[in-house]
Design a protein around this ligand. Structure first.
Ligand code: ADP
Length: 233
């Protein structure tokens, strides 16, 4: 007997357009895309190919005009906005290029706040362990302005993982870093996600980032909309 492991992400026949549907072309047309539990993938493609839009669909921030977007077994297209907000808070960690840290709070407080929004009991030892793990055990009480850019992204990684999400979505997570720090932060992100048993989707156009992953999905082959529009000019 073969056991089928449920996918962490399963997309079928996704079509998404911005604005007036009768006047605009689809930005995304993804017939099929999937990610297994604990799998890590770099989604690469040129600027404007719809990578951020795709990540926002996975996060339930955007709902497509048609298709299914199943995350952790839940079809996000069947949820209302408030349900999607709750689902995201519980299951999905997000890492941004610009970190989005709260400037008035310390590294520890920023990570604690990340866990608070998930509506679960805050696991203080886990949060301190995460900050140690990302190399910030000696910077717990520093505010973002007193941390380097690389340290700020380490805080953002710990914050995204603090609520024990099943999946991390990272949009150009090293876009603000120099090449040396890029390699280091990508490796850290991959290692911590693996340790925490969390799947990882990174979208990036940087070869250093993409090259660090075994699974690399070229977005031009995932997203038929961009490919067909590119072909017609
Ligand atoms: P990437 O992340 O690959 O650079 P994006 O997903 O940001 O691509 O954008 C894909 C396309 O969608 C671009 O042409 C962009 O101008 C357009 N776009 C992005 N966000 C919006 C929006 N909120 N409204 C209308 N068009 C948008």
């Amino acid at each position: 007997m073969t056991l089928t492991v449920p996918m962490i992400v399963e997309i079928n026949d996704l079509v998404l357009q911005y604005g007036n549907v009768s006047e605009s072309l689809p930005i995304l047309s993804v017939p099929r895309w999937e990610l297994q539990p604990n799998e890590q993938v770099a989604v690469s493609g040129p600027s404007g190919s719809g990578k951020s839009t795709f990540l926002n669909v996975l996060a339930g921030l955007l709902i497509p005009q048609s298709g299914q977007v199943s995350v952790c077994g839940q079809d996000l297209t069947r949820l209302g906005e408030a349900q999607r907000d709750r689902f995201r808070a519980r299951h999905i960690g997000y890492i941004f290029q610009t970190f989005n840290l709260l400037q008035g709070y310390s590294a520890l407080e920023n990570v604690l706040l990340g866990a608070t929004f998930s509506h679960q009991a805050v696991d203080h030892p886990h949060i301190r362990a995460l900050l140690e793990r990302v190399g910030l055990g000696h910077r717990l009480h520093h505010r973002p302005a007193h941390l380097s850019i690389g340290e700020q992204q380490r805080v953002a990684i710990a914050r995204a993982l603090a609520k024990r999400p099943e999946i991390i979505l990272a949009d150009e997570p090293t876009g603000s870093l120099d090449p040396g720090h890029t390699r280091e932060i990508v490796q850290l992100l991959r290692d911590v996600c693996r340790d925490e048993r969390c799947s990882l989707v990174v979208v990036s156009h940087e070869p250093t980032v993409v090259g660090a992953f075994e699974r690399r999905d070229a977005f031009l082959t995932v997203n038929r909309a961009f490919a067909s529009q590119g072909a017609t000019g």
